[in-house]
Design a protein around this ligand. Sequence first.
Ligand code: IPM
Ligand code: MG
Length: 367
Amino acid sequence: MLLHLTILAGDGIGPEVTEQAVLVLQAVADGFGHQLQLQHKNVGGAALTASNDPLPPDTLAACCASSAVLLGAVGGPGFDHYPQHLRPEAGLLRLRRELGAYANLRPAICFPALEDCSPLRPELVRGTDVMIVRELLGGLYFGQPRSIAGSSGHRLATNTMTYDEASIERIARVAFDLAAKRRQKVLSVDKANVLECSRLWREVVTGCAKDYPGVQLSHMYVDSAAMSLVQHPREYDVVLTENMFGDILSDQAGAVVGSLGLLASASIGGKVGLYEPVHGSAPDIAGKGIANPLGAILSVAMLLRYSFQLERQAVCIEKAVCALLSQGARTPDLTRNGASAISTSQMGQRLIEAVKRSADAAHRKSG
Ligand code: IPM
Ligand code: MG
């Protein structure tokens, strides 16, 4: 198979982790007999610096013409004073919208070897395996009108939250379909006691549930969901929620399972899928070679699964990550009490070796 991808390394630790993710992808492609066709393009702050546009036309064209996009991270303190539409984040939001990527899947899994990395007691996090399904193209992120208006001292800022039935229904179906293949549970998170958007959300999600009799649906307000997620993380299977709540809960889920550096994501639903680690650009550690590349590498696994249906290859990466962690491989975000750590590229290298070994073993078995 030919895997035609656009690589957007972006800002901060984006380039470092993406480099390792691409090397791992190359090893998987070699090991399983696939061919990669990669184009590297600018996005976010890197693109702003180069061409004063966080999503230049040639970047967007390349993304739309490829089968999937792998992104590192966007953003950095140097751009804080830029107008909203010229911030690095605006480039990412436009890209999500242009690709029609309305479904953001963010798995948060507690790897057995990392139970001690969680701020929660091991017996609480053990076995946690949550799939956050975040609506990605609606709500406050995109609602109109939006503005800061008026004169200094009297300014008024406006953002608008809107959701129509169709956009609630399509994301709800993604969540129910996923749950049907997992542990058959959907928790829908809203704020239906206060927000109209949430009341409609709850009604539409409840309506959809009738088509999935095997899946158990429950609802929770976002404030109690935030509490419950740290009290009983193991109880959750698929968590379905709108854009802003999903942004917040997914960082929280990252902390619960030990490090945000481990979290991968897939943004799908449109013609071209977008895959990115959840951690962001982390400018404070950029360029030091200490960032955890596993979020980016696990995003490659999601890319293989959701854009190319290469399940075996995705599992190969996921198993290698699990094995490596069991052997004690740790980037600094995963160490406790001064334990020794390896660098971003050492982690990548060890993963490549593990992937190669398991591809060889698969060949031996089939040959
Ligand atoms: C995320 C990030 C983005 C978001 C930012 C960088 C725009 O926080 O992917 O979670 O808020 O969606
Ligand atoms: Mg976020």
